[in-house]
Design a binder for this molecule. Structure first.
Ligand SMILES: NC(=O)c1ccc[n+]([C@@H]2O[C@H](COP(=O)([O-])OP(=O)(O)OC[C@H]3O[C@@H](n4cnc5c(N)ncnc54)[C@H](O)[C@@H]3O)[C@@H](O)[C@H]2O)c1
Length: 292
């Protein structure tokens, strides 16, 4: 059992807290918004209950939930063996958090970020322990996805990196090694390259999202096609990642068409609002897009 502080209780932080508690860790889950913490605890109850019904967790649901303590400040960093930051993807906010966490947490505690795009080395530079700062890039929904990228910053020590790989394995997840702090890490770079081509093919009228997604599932064994993936993650999030990659000089990974930006302007943000590349019924079933 280790003590874990998860900072940010949104979509990702709540899931990270849950899988840590399922693995037997004692978790403090911190957010600045009480309503977010309440929603996170309620969502966790439902999710843990469903997983228990399916026989996917060994513990009693109540025992798992008892291991998560919602908190509204960072003080529990002082007792943490691990800190995992999953607050909003805003660099200035994360820099402030890392400075504060570095002040509060024991010197030996690794500080991990779940950032999708901000270089780990920049966050590490806000601390006096850059050798103990690294990326833990979970995929969402965290309780259901088996993958976590473990990202080495310029100064992350081998010892901390290896401990993080073991920590992720003990959560029952597969850690993908990212040995260098490059924009988009590994999985988002590969996905961005595929998605760039997929968007170009749809934007130029060569094919449709439905056909291309079916093709990737049936022809290449993808679990979901690229448009399904982006609808699930949020088109607005994807635009932010694209812009960030562009700002880092990675324009070969960025779509040449402005189709995604146009859909975002139309409010088609993906599954979370019931419409994106596809439409969604109130029950969450994906259906081909109807014109607005
Ligand atoms: N959504 C995804 O699919 C996904 C996948 C991988 C990584 N990420 C990354 O995970 C992080 C969180 O993303 P999310 O989708 O959970 O976002 P989210 O908006 O659901 O949650 C972010 C939370 O951070 C909280 N927050 C804001 N300021 C804070 C502070 N000072 N201290 C503590 N909490 C604070 C907000 O109240 C909010 O609840 C981001 O860095 C994002 O890039 C997201």
């Amino acid at each position: 059992m280790e003590r874990v502080l998860v900072v940010g209780a949104g979509f990702m932080g709540a899931g990270i807290a849950q899988v840590c508690a399922q693995a037997g860790h004692q978790v403090s889950l911190m957010d600045v918004k009480p309503e977010v913490l309440e929603k996170a605890m309620q969502g966790m109850k439902v999710s843990v209950g469903k997983l228990a019904q399916k026989g996917l967790i060994n513990d009693e649901p109540a025992a798992v939930l008892d291991r998560v303590r919602p908190v509204n400040n960072l003080e529990s960093a002082a007792q943490a063996d691990w800190v995992i930051e999953a607050a909003l993807e805003i660099e200035s906010l994360k820099l402030e958090l890392f400075t504060e966490l570095d002040r509060l947490a024991p010197a030996a505690t690794p500080l991990a970020s779940n950032t999708s795009s901000i270089p780990i080395s920049r966050l590490a530079a806000a601390t006096a322990r850059p050798q103990r700062v690294l990326g833990m890039h979970f995929f969402g929904p965290v309780p259901l996805m088996g993958l976590v990228e473990v990202v080495k910053g310029d100064k992350t020590s081998d010892e901390v990196f290896d401990r993080a790989m073991a920590f992720i394995r003990a959560l029952g997840k597969h850690p993908v090694r990212v040995g260098r702090d490059i924009p988009g890490f590994v999985m988002n770079r590969v996905f961005a390259a595929a998605f760039r081509e997929a968007v170009n093919l749809v934007a130029t009228g060569v094919t449709t999202p439905e056909d291309l997604d079916a093709g990737m599932r049936l022809g290449y064994g993808w679990g979901a096609g690229p448009f399904e993936v982006v609808d699930n993650a949020g088109l607005d999030t994807f635009v932010l990642i694209d812009r960030f990659l562009q700002s880092m000089g990675e324009s070969e990974l960025v779509a040449r068409s402005d189709l995604v930006e146009k859909l975002v302007e139309e409010g088609r943000l993906g599954r979370k609002v019931g419409k994106g590349f596809y439409d969604y019924t109130p029950e969450g079933k994906r259906v081909p897009r109807k014109d607005d």
